[in-house]
Write a protein that binds this ligand. Structure first.
Ligand SMILES: C[S@@+](CC[C@H](N)C(=O)[O-])C[C@H]1O[C@@H](n2cnc3c(N)ncnc32)[C@H](O)[C@@H]1O
Length: 204
């Protein structure tokens, strides 16, 4: 932690990731989520307006306390009770099989021990529960991939731990879900090295 992580990154992230294109993507993945929900990497709470009306409560985790100044304002605007926990998703305090749905948007790129976090996601999901994710990651295009590998070090600094070159499908697959569906596309108007998207649902 430090000025960059606590102050500058939350400000910059909240600003850039609240744009129209992001909102459209958030809406598309969250429009039919239901049940008891855990969101990992809650950030500044930019997903809140996109949960369906029937969602009245959320449990969230994120280790960055610096997000609070944005999160609290955001929470006050919506009729959803948020149990916001300041912790990392590599080790969750929640009981086994306690959620119907786990949500992650643009978060798997930033988790240090991604394998441990995905095993935790699976552990806290009920049988047949859904892990819903929207993430950027490794592109299949060799030229884009080369840039992703080249720029990964600098991106980790600028993006506060964000990796450009994670194969999200493979990582989720390796966590051992029973069923996995992933759609890939380039995020509209984003540089390709940043915008190769994995939108998926993994069933426990
Ligand atoms: C690019 S931001 C995305 C925030 C939010 N998910 C969104 O869609 O606006 C990545 C988020 O992951 C969080 N993060 C980083 N490491 C994490 C970890 N180990 N467990 C949970 N969240 C983490 C960061 O603090 C940050 O809020």
């Amino acid at each position: 932690m430090g000025f960059y992580s606590d102050v500058f990154f939350p400000w910059g992230m909240n600003l850039t990731m609240s744009g129209k294109a992001f909102q459209e993507q958030r809406h598309a993945v969250l429009k039919s989520v239901d049940g008891k929900i855990l969101e990992i990497g809650f950030g500044s709470g930019l997903n809140l307006p996109h949960y369906p009306k029937q969602v009245k409560k959320l449990v969230t985790v994120d280790p960055n306390l610096g997000m609070s100044r944005y999160t609290q304002k955001q929470i006050a605007k919506f009729d959803i009770e948020v149990d916001r926990q300041i912790l990392s998703s590599e080790s969750l305090p929640m009981a086994d099989e306690s959620f119907d749905t786990v949500v992650s948007t643009w978060t798997l790129c930033s988790i240090t021990d991604i394998e441990a976090a995905l095993l935790e996601v699976k552990r806290v999901l009920k049988p047949s529960g859904q892990f819903i994710f929207l993430e950027h990651g490794l592109s299949p295009d060799a030229k884009v991939r080369r840039w992703q590998n080249r720029l990964n070090g600098i991106q980790k600094i600028i993006g506060d731990g964000c990796h450009l070159n994670r194969d999200m499908r493979k990582l989720v697959e390796e966590a051992g879900f029973s069923k996995l569906e992933v759609e890939n596309f380039y995020f509209p108007k984003a540089p390709r090295f940043l915008g190769y998207m994995y939108q998926g649902v993994a069933i426990k």
